[in-house]
Design a protein around this ligand. Structure first.
Ligand SMILES: Cc1cc2nc3c(=O)[nH]c(=O)nc-3n(C[C@H](O)[C@H](O)[C@H](O)COP(=O)(O)OP(=O)(O)OC[C@H]3O[C@@H](n4cnc5c(N)ncnc54)[C@H](O)[C@@H]3O)c2cc1C
Length: 419
């Protein structure tokens, strides 16, 4: 049985969403909020995020445009982004002494370029607002007692009791809380990886490791949505923003294929007819030049040489370009097929899609529609964004909404108690 008196609010998970929500909820009610985390250190993912620099958010300020970056949850986040969006994130951190800067691609980082700045900001403000943070407290299960209080079972110690509970435990993929959530009436959508790179067993491709193409388009035949942007060739296959975005949008589809599928890469924006004409012009204007040494497209030299080798054009001058080779070049430039044989985790960013079914959450408050006084924030929800700071923004926004609702509720209950 719980030994401690009941808390007003326990926040489970001292990650991005939990810390943010705990700060918002506790603004007017000192001592009413307890933050617990299973780990020995809080904010572990913030620490390693963005290559140690923490890509806090993205310089995208129109809610509708923002939602385009969420393969799951975009529709549900539209309303919340009208209440708390990247502009608010910038102001929130600035008012706590942390300035953010935008990079040319829109990603925003602390000006100090270290995630420790974000961690220090949270820890300092939790201390200022007297929110106790209890570490090494893994919550094993969550139940309701007959009086409507939540009982949180811990691994080693006596259970905790609370009137309100905010769950922010991150990915639910292997969470001990899955069964409790189902018992409380929730359904969980399947959790599968999102944001990964494509493994392709092709030594010739691996030899191009480091080559990057800025305006490529990645497609997966059978999956409607294509993704454009930079593609990076690595020593295991393909990576870069376009590949990561594709992995996120097609996360469930590719999981269903056990990560064995064909993907195509269009290396240049030109359509096949434009390419054909350009090859003709080269044949006419530069008949004596070697094809392999004379790339007419905006492509890295090593990639062009590789494409020429695939088309058997090593020593061929433009004047003798065989029709078969021209056809091969056109096909490869406008959609080279690759056989993907698995995924590799992107070294910097990795999230899980799936979690608490979004239909079962009220996105005005982040309260469960199945269980009163239970709230959610962050990655435990079936929300995930593409790379670029969108995942943290979802954590801040959902943490903000849950925190605001709880703040009002704790305040109201404190008044009721006093009266
Ligand atoms: C390597 C890496 C780099 C990333 N970089 C970026 C980036 O730069 N920008 C970006 O937007 N996103 C990034 N992400 C994604 C981002 O980290 C997540 O979207 C975000 O951390 C989710 O926040 P959260 O608070 O929901 O979950 P988490 O940050 O995972 O926090 C959950 C917390 O809950 C605790 N917990 C879990 N279960 C229990 C339990 N049963 N009892 C008690 N405590 C529990 C955990 O210990 C953890 O501290 C990155 C992810 C990875 C893995």
């Amino acid at each position: 049985m719980p030994k401690d008196p009941p808390y007003s609010l326990i926040v489970v998970g001292a990650g991005a969403a939990g810390c943010f929500a705990a700060l918002e909820a506790s603004r007017d009610s000192e001592g009413a909020v307890l933050l617990v985390d299973a780990g020995a250190r809080p904010l572990n993912k913030v620490r390693i995020s963005g290559g140690g620099r923490c890509n806090v958010t993205h310089a995208c300020f129109a809610p509708r445009d923002l939602t385009e970056n969420y393969p799951r949850g975009g529709r549900e986040l539209r309303g919340p982004f009208h209440k708390f969006q990247p502009r608010d994130t910038i102001t929130w951190f600035a008012s706590r002494g942390v300035e953010l800067k935008a990079e040319p691609d829109g990603r925003m980082f602390p000006t100090t370029d270290t995630s420790q700045t974000i961690i220090d900001c949270f820890l300092q403000n939790l201390e200022n607002q007297k929110v106790p943070l209890h570490l090494r407290q893994r919550i094993r299960s969550l139940q309701r007692d007959v009086d409507g209080f939540f009982i949180l079972e811990r691994d080693q110690e006596a259970p905790l009791k609370t009137k309100h509970c905010l769950l922010a435990p991150g990915s639910l993929a292997s969470s001990p809380l899955r069964d409790s959530l189902k018992t409380l009436g929730h359904t969980l959508t399947e959790t599968v990886p999102s944001l990964f790179t494509f493994r392709i067993d092709d030594p010739e491709l691996h030899a191009l490791a480091g080559v990057s193409v800025s305006e490529a388009t990645v497609a997966v035949p059978g999956f409607a949505r294509k993704q454009s942007g930079p593609v990076l060739i690595t020593h295991w296959g393909l990576s870069g923003p376009a590949v990561l975005k594709m992995s996120a949008w097609a996360a469930r589809y590719l999981h269903g294929k056990d990560y064995h599928f064909i993907c195509t890469v269009r290396w240049i924006p030109d359509n096949p007819e434009d390419i054909r004409q350009k090859l003709q012009e080269q044949r006419k204007n530069h008949p004596r030049r070697r094809v392999q040494a004379d790339c007419p497209f905006a492509l890295p030299r090593r990639l062009w040489e590789y494409l020429c080798r695939r088309a058997n054009l090593e020593d061929c001058p433009w004047s003798q370009l065989p029709a078969k080779s021209a056809k091969q070049l056109i096909t490869d430039l406008s959609g080279q097929p690759f056989s993907v044989k698995g995924k590799s985790t992107f070294k910097e960013e990795f999230v899980t899609c799936g979690g608490v079914n979004l239909r079962e959450v009220d996105f005005r408050t982040m309260e469960s529609r199945r269980c009163q006084n239970l709230f959610f924030a962050g990655e435990c929800l079936d929300i995930d964004g593409v790379t670029g700071g969108f995942n943290f923004q979802a954590a801040w926004t959902t943490g903000y909404l849950a925190g605001q609702t709880l703040r009002t509720r704790l305040e109201r209950e404190a008044v009721d108690l006093r009266e």
